[in-house]
Design a binder for this molecule. Structure first.
Ligand code: ATR
Length: 273
């Protein structure tokens, strides 16, 4: 049987946990002819690289930073990825591009028993990750409050996605009564682990729920701040596993072993819980 190959492409890509996560998943469900690689692809040869992979019989690939927006141009991007403005999963058999980040994120919120319908939700950031979160949250009926270092970018994000929401400061966001905070910036990520996207001079809402898309380190300064405010917080590992699980099923047609994927990620990051 011909080997079925998939891969992650990014620039840089060496720290990607996707190969370990997917290869463990293939093994767990007995897909012994499947393998997952990673390739460092510079931005100027994205189109060429995608064509090469397809011509060499790759089944699909995951696309990560900085290629997610550019990948729209090189695939038959579905409506979801067009709306979000980013492709993270490609199926070369159809050349279809989609985005599993949105559902991966929303599935993980649900798995953590977070209800967002009719709730004010503070989104920190206005880049690609924030777009996926805002899109999913708006669909689920949340009232969006976007807080960003560059407010104009947040205004543009809401306008692009046709989402009614407010662009506020963190302090103004707290005054709305919002208890749910989603960090979609990279602030606090290794190596700058002492930083937080939440300003020091603004008290967090009481007993907040904080979702930090950062997962390196597993326990960020933002997560500590949330717990100090009597709240609950999770990192972005669940979202990483769930977006991967959705891509896995799309390529293989087989239910993804989510627990295996999560455990592989936890192990790779040296997490004990
Ligand atoms: P991604 O696609 O991963 O979301 P991005 O498009 O570069 O990455 O967006 C990064 C987000 O993190 C932006 O909201 C950015 O704020 P600006 O729009 O003002 O650039 C935010 N961000 C990055 N570094 C930051 C910092 N040191 N302080 C505050 N916000 C920061």
């Amino acid at each position: 049987m011909a080997e079925k190959r998939v891969a992650a492409i990014g620039w840089p890509i060496e720290h990607s946990l996707s190969p370990a996560m997917h290869n463990a998943a293939f093994k767990a469900v007995g897909l012994s002819d499947w393998s997952y690689d990673k390739f460092a692809v510079p931005p100027d040869i994205l189109g060429l690289s995608l064509r090469e992979m397809r011509d060499h019989g790759f089944v699909g690939c995951n696309v990560t930073v900085p290629h997610k927006e550019e990948a729209l141009k090189w695939t038959r991007a579905d409506e979801l990825s067009q709306r979000v403005g980013a492709v993270n999963t490609i199926d070369f058999r159809t050349n279809r591009g989609t985005n599993t980040d949105v559902q991966g994120f929303m599935d993980d919120l649900r798995a953590n028993d977070v209800v967002v319908a009719d709730q004010p939700v503070i989104v920190l950031g206005a880049g690609g990750a924030a777009r996926a979160a805002v899109y999913g949250l708006a669909q689920a009926g949340a009232h969006l409050i976007v807080v960003n270092r560059t407010p104009e970018r947040a205004e543009r994000l809401l306008a692009d996605l046709f989402v009614k929401g407010q662009v506020l400061s963190a302090a103004e966001g707290v005054q709305t009564g919002a208890k749910i905070i989603i960090n979609c910036t990279s602030v606090g990520m290794q190596p700058k682990v002492t930083e937080s996207p939440w300003p020091d001079n603004v008290a967090m809402p009481e007993k907040p729920f904080v979702y930090d898309m950062v997962y390196r380190p597993a326990r960020t300064r933002l997560i500590e701040q949330a717990e100090q405010a009597g709240g609950r917080a999770v990192n972005g590992l669940g979202m990483l596993a769930r977006q991967g699980a959705l891509a896995f099923t799309l390529w293989t047609g087989v239910d993804a072993p989510l627990d295996v994927m999560l455990n592989t990620l936890r192990e790779a990051l040296g997490m004990t819980t």
